[in-house]
Design a protein around this ligand. Structure first.
Ligand code: PMP
Length: 407
């Protein structure tokens, strides 16, 4: 029995009642972005109808309401990921901007010629390219933790990569292309033992499992709101207070200063120092509403239910002749990546779409890991807690039909 009433949950998400090509929509593209519950949609409308103002600077009532809403959302984020204080929560546009912020502030200050940055073979391009740019600027070196044939990182190989020049280890907690759950607690502990800092990319983990940044002990933890039922354009950098305090600002402008003269500017402390200009106030408030919604259902319940979906889908897809599942690690979340003999991934995606089923086909902005498995693209259904086994049955029947036509 599911730990919650999935039909009631589905009614919270208006878009799940859409029809596509005459069929009820099946949204299996949750790793790309998630759908929004009415509570989030209503919260945005309420903000613009009753609270809209710029924050912090004005004496008037609406500025106070908007500031309360924005700072309330920061507190909700803090609670949701278990940070020690709201000063450790910086609002940004998303995971990509989050990693760029760290690279261009902490990285610019702390990475020099010959220093080493370790990433894993599973990384999204957002956790590769900013480090490559930094390494090119500074003459630093990128090293890559290899994965085994199941798509899990090899910790013994990682251990060999760590050394006196290692300054940063930056890894994803869940692979967006394969669904592998990476042992980030161990990876962070090993980085610290080598004297390096650690960043964990939580873009694919926060919506599927309990995240406790103090237990992970990473110096930075980053994620995107839109992957956890919140609007696009809002995301988070969590940073340990002592690390953030030692970081130079990134963008300069309003909000982030404590005093400006033409001779000299002094900056606020974190998080304001890293939030130059008018931020995405409404969508931050929407993120708070999304996290409160998830808290009401319970992230453990969500993880348990989704695990059942992934097992069910894996169990029914694996025996189909011509299906090759990519990423078979023992510990996975949400994602089932595959290719089908005789069909391009685009053809499979189109056949799904004709039946109202939305999946991502392509390289998922993670080309190195697909190439590790000899592929340029895969088909990637990815599940959320509003999906059902009946929806998986519909997908499996399309794959069976395609597979049998080929044979
Ligand atoms: N990292 C991972 C693991 C991701 O899955 C994604 C989004 N696909 C990103 C980073 C980038 O997130 P965003 O596009 O929201 O900045």
């Amino acid at each position: 029995r599911p730990p919650f009433d999935v039909n009631a949950i589905r009614r919270d998400f208006p878009i799940l009642s859409e029809r596509v090509n005459g069929r009820p929509l099946v949204w299996f593209d949750n790793a790309a972005t998630t759908q929004k519950p009415q509570a989030v949609i209503d919260r945005l409308a309420h903000f613009y109808a009753h609270e809209n103002s710029n924050i912090h600077r004005a004496a008037h009532e609406l500025a106070a309401r908007a500031t309360d809403a924005y700072e309330g959302a920061r507190e909700t984020v803090r609670r949701f990921i278990g940070a020690a204080s709201v000063e450790e929560i910086i609002f940004v546009r998303g995971t990509t901007e989050a990693i760029n912020l760290v690279a261009k502030t902490w990285g610019a200050k702390n990475i020099g010629a010959g220093d080493e940055i370790i990433v894993s073979h599973l990384e999204h391009h957002a956790n590769i390219v900013p480090w490559q740019q930094l390494a090119a600027d500074k003459g630093a070196v990128i090293k890559v933790i290899p994965v085994d044939d199941t798509g899990q990182v090899k910790l013994d190989e990682y251990r060999k990569l760590l050394g006196p020049r290692t300054k940063l280890v930056s890894v994803t907690q869940v692979s967006n292309a394969l669904g592998t759950v990476v042992p980030v607690h161990e990876i962070v502990a090993m980085a610290h033992a080598a004297g390096a800092k650690a960043l964990v990319d939580g873009a694919q983990s926060v919506s599927h499992m309990r995240v406790d940044v103090r237990a992970i002990d990473a110096d930075f933890f980053v994620f995107s709101g839109h992957k956890i039922f919140a609007p696009t354009g809002i995301g988070v950098v969590y940073g340990k207070r002592e690390v953030l305090e030692d970081m130079p600002p990134w963008q300069g402008g309003g909000n982030m200063i404590s005093d400006v003269t033409f001779e000299k500017t002094t900056y606020h402390g974190p998080p304001t120092r890293f939030e130059a200009g008018t931020g995405n106030i409404a969508d931050a408030v929407g993120l708070g509403a999304a996290l409160e919604y998830v808290e009401r259902i319970g992230i453990e319940n969500i993880g348990l239910y989704e695990h059942g979906l992934l097992d069910y889908a894996t169990h029914h897809m694996r025996p189909i002749k011509g299906v090759r599942l990519i990423g078979t690690a023992a510990h996975k979340a949400s994602v089932l990546s595959f290719v089908l003999d005789g069909y391009s991934t685009e053809q499979v995606g189109r056949a799904f779409n004709e039946e109202g089923i939305a999946v991502r086909t392509g390289h998922h902005c993670a080309q190195p890991i697909l190439r590790r498995f000899g592929l340029e693209t895969s088909v990637r259904p990815s599940f959320a807690f509003y999906n059902t086994c009946e929806e998986i049955d519909r997908m499996v029947s399309v794959v069976r039909r395609l597979a049998s036509r080929r044979g």
